[in-house]
Design a protein around this ligand. Structure first.
Ligand SMILES: Nc1nc2c(c(=O)[nH]1)N[C@H]1C(S)=C(S)[C@@H](COP(=O)(O)OP(=O)(O)OC[C@H]3O[C@@H](n4cnc5c(=O)[nH]c(N)nc54)[C@H](O)[C@@H]3O)O[C@H]1N2
Ligand SMILES: Nc1nc2c(c(=O)[nH]1)N[C@H]1C(S)=C(S)[C@@H](COP(=O)(O)OP(=O)(O)OC[C@H]3O[C@@H](n4cnc5c(=O)[nH]c(N)nc54)[C@H](O)[C@@H]3O)O[C@H]1N2
Ligand SMILES: [Mo]
Length: 651
């Protein structure tokens, strides 16, 4: 007899702007199927192609089911009490001997739910430990947009229904935000045009009416070119410029600093295509720009983002329903930010996330004694992987909270096995829309796995501050969502399905007043020159490492992948090097080398090679071994796509 199946509304916590509403279909103590929740206004019942693999991953025989302690190089099973007693001892010892800053708390992107704020509070109660500054993900875009508009606010994706033109600028939603596709497809059915600006033919080319294969890192010149055409043709929104913007004359001068031909050469887009882009912004209005994370991953990413913001402004698309230059949303925004506990002690040390390897290795006063890593795989996902691995090996006690023994676990001393998203109670906000969704324990965690929240509560029982800190998940969640409750959201509604943040705007900046210090939009006034890259001939190719459609960063079913990573190259370029489609090659950069299998792509730019991010080092992949660990000029982001590489044929 088969068990009755019930459906529990949950929310996907993969590190994806979709944060889709899902239904977990449960039979007995197992989730047997995930489907899209038709009541979610953004993903509207759709499900991405990765989702079926979630269950295979979470119920995989390789999921770790008990705490593990490394002894003489090998993992041994330990009980939770042994594990947490030892961790508490190490933390206390580090505080007494070297001060709280000798503890590093490294919070990754694997699960950014409301209760994670409570984990951070634990470390602040401990006295404030070393935490991260900057980000492996989106800091540059936030910083850049905040210079122009004031703290970044994006159009609600539901506002796309008002757009006549949609520009996907350095963003690949077909692969990386499938939860948005229902809206993009609707817009196309209504007759909206979609433009894609991407050096490669990404998966999103299937949506595009026009594709501009920009030279990597040169989007500022493309945006300035379009602006120059708009200004030359007298099509700019003069009223918005004079009444709402600062730096108008400097910006006009900047757009005229180069001829259209010079700008075309810099970004490698032909003048007629630049003109077509300009027209899409004025004649095609309302034009919604969806700015992706692709532009963040450059040293001068802020100039690229600001140049696109300015194009949106002079073309009259800011504050316009169906327009806007939208990038991301604040995933921690809906919660009571005081509960992080930042104010409980003086400011403490931070390490730059983009350079975490060298930060740990160079830390002297005090050196790192204990590192606690949660929902992250920095050895695989942070640049200069070998240095990150070396740094973790230099730390006397490394704790890893995850589900699988990935590349980072190889450098840990204690592994604490965590619950999957549908095995716990929590709330999830999104970095791609304005809805908060529930997590309910649809099924119990397998084996001895526990939610991170549970683990931190149990750990805290061993500390003098347990009294105020140890509470139920429900008690903490009620405190965390106080701002939402005050805006009229009912507690019970949060558990039935997605709830829209009540005061989130559909169309920000409608009244023309910005959140900058003087209330005016700040036009970009200068860009760094367009001379060529520092590595020139030794490393002829731009190495792009975007997200692949089949996986979320390094979240893989362990046994599922292996063998050399695939590197996509322009067919003519590979042929010139004598590398056949499927042939082996060596990919070399200033920091390392790795073996790859080359795939020919007749549509790729000759100066670009592409390798999907996230393959594990221990599966023979790990492209971050060849990505240098740099920091972007603004926003402390990680300029992965600044990496230059060479490719040689292997016998
Ligand atoms: N070369 C290159 N590298 C990149 C990028 C790039 O463009 N190019 N992009 C970067 C970006 S945008 C990001 S955001 C970072 C991501 O960097 P990371 O966050 O370090 O990497 P992920 O692969 O997302 O790892 C998330 C981990 O969380 C675990 N996890 C998932 N759910 C849970 C849970 O409920 N509890 C616990 N404890 N663990 C859980 C997963 O198993 C996984 O190991 O990588 C960056 N790395
Ligand atoms: N399936 C899947 N979904 C994901 C992820 C994943 O790994 N897999 N990762 C998640 C995470 S952590 C994030 S932050 C988001 C990121 O989602 P996206 O914003 O889509 O970011 P990326 O995939 O890094 O890059 C987007 C596009 O930028 C292009 N690009 C590279 N250089 C340039 C340039 O100079 N100019 C322009 N115009 N384009 C350029 C790349 O070719 C790529 O197609 O996606 C999330 N969703
Ligand atoms: Mo990200």
């Amino acid at each position: 007899m088969s068990l009755p199946v019930r459906a529990v509304p949950v929310t996907c916590t993969r590190d994806c702007p979709s944060a889709c509403g899902l239904l977990a279909h449960v039979a007995g103590d197992r989730v047997v199927r995930l489907t899209g929740n038709p009541d979610h206004p953004v993903n509207r019942g759709t499900l991405c192609r990765k989702a079926p693999a979630f269950l295979r991953r979470f119920y995989s025989p390789e999921r770790v089911l008990t705490p593990l302690r490394r002894r003489n190089g090998a993992w041994a099973r330990v009980s939770w009490d042994e594990a947490l007693d030892e961790l508490a001892e190490k933390l206390k010892d580090a505080v007494v001997r070297h001060g709280p800053e000798s503890i590093l708390y490294y919070m990754g992107f694997g699960e950014r739910t409301a209760l994670k704020i409570v984990n951070a509070r634990f470390f602040n109660l401990l006295g404030g430990v070393t935490t991260l500054a900057g980000t492996l993900c989106g800091g540059t875009g936030y910083a850049a947009q905040s210079l122009d508009f004031g703290p970044r606010v994006s159009h609600d994706p539901l506002d796309l229904q008002n757009a006549r033109t949609i520009v996907l600028w350095g963003r690949n939603p077909v692969a990386t935000q499938p939860g948005l596709l229902a809206h993009l497809r609707d817009a196309k059915k209504r007759g909206a045009r979609v433009l894609l600006i991407d050096p490669r033919r990404s998966e999103s080319v299937t949506l595009a009416d026009m594709h501009l294969r920009v030279r990597p890192g040169r989007d500022a010149f493309l945006a300035l070119g379009a602006a120059r055409h708009i200004l030359d043709a007298g099509l700019e929104d003069r009223e918005f410029l004079s009444r709402r913007c600062d730096n108008v004359e400097a910006y006009r001068a900047l757009a005229r600093r180069y001829t259209l031909e010079e700008l075309a050469t810099a970004c490698d887009i032909a003048v007629p295509d630049i003109v077509a882009l300009a027209e899409a912004y004025v004649a095609g209005r309302p034009t919604a720009t969806l700015l992706g994370w692709g532009l963040h991953r450059f040293t001068l990413g802020h100039e690229m983002v600001r140049a696109v913001d300015a194009l949106g402004a002079i073309s009259g698309n800011i504050g316009l329903p169906g327009g806007g230059v939208s990038q991301g949303f604040e995933e921690w925004g809906p919660y009571d930010s005081g509960l992080w506990g930042e104010g409980l002690h003086p400011p403490r040390r931070t390490f730059l996330m983009p350079q975490i390897g060298r930060e740990i290795l160079e830390a002297k006063d005090p050196p790192v004694a204990v590192a606690v890593i949660t929902a992250a795989n920095p050895v695989c996902m942070a640049p200069n992987s070998d240095l990150v691995a070396k740094a973790l090996d230099s730390v006397p006690f490394v704790v890893d909270m995850n589900l699988f023994l990935d590349d980072t676990a190889d450098h840990a001393d204690l592994f604490l096995p965590c619950a999957a998203f549908f095995e716990q109670r929590d709330l999830v906000a999104s970095f791609g829309h304005n809805h908060v969704g529930p997590l309910s324990p649809a099924a119990p965690p397998p084996g001895e796995c526990r939610s991170q929240f549970d683990i931190f509560m149990d750990l805290a029982r061993r500390f003098p501050f347990a009294g105020d800190f140890v509470k139920s998940d429900e008690d903490w969640l009620r405190l965390l969502i106080r701002p939402l409750l005050e805006k009229g959201v009912a507690w019970d509604d949060l558990w039935r399905g997605p709830v829209r943040i009540p005061d989130a705007p559909m169309t920000p900046w409608r009244d023309g007043t910005f959140a900058t210090p003087n209330g005016r939009f700040q036009l970009l006034a200068d860009v760094t020159g367009c001379s060529d890259c520092r590595h020139g001939a030794r490393y002829p190719y731009h190495l792009l490492t975007p997200g692949g459609a089949g996986h979320l960063c390094s979240e893989r079913v362990p046994g599922d992948h292996g063998g050399p990573a695939q590197l996509t190259m322009a067919t003519d370029e590979a042929t010139r090097l004598g590398i056949a489609d499927g042939g082996p090659a060596r990919l070399t950069s200033e920091v390392g080398a790795m073996e790859v299998v080359v795939r020919h792509d007749p549509g790729l730019r000759a100066d670009v090679v592409v390798c999907e991010r996230g393959g594990w080092i221990k599966a023979g992949q790990g492209v971050n071994r060849v990505i240098p660990d740099m920091v972007s000029a603004v926003g402390q982001g990680t300029p992965y796509y600044e990496a230059r590489a060479d490719v040689e044929k292997l016998p």
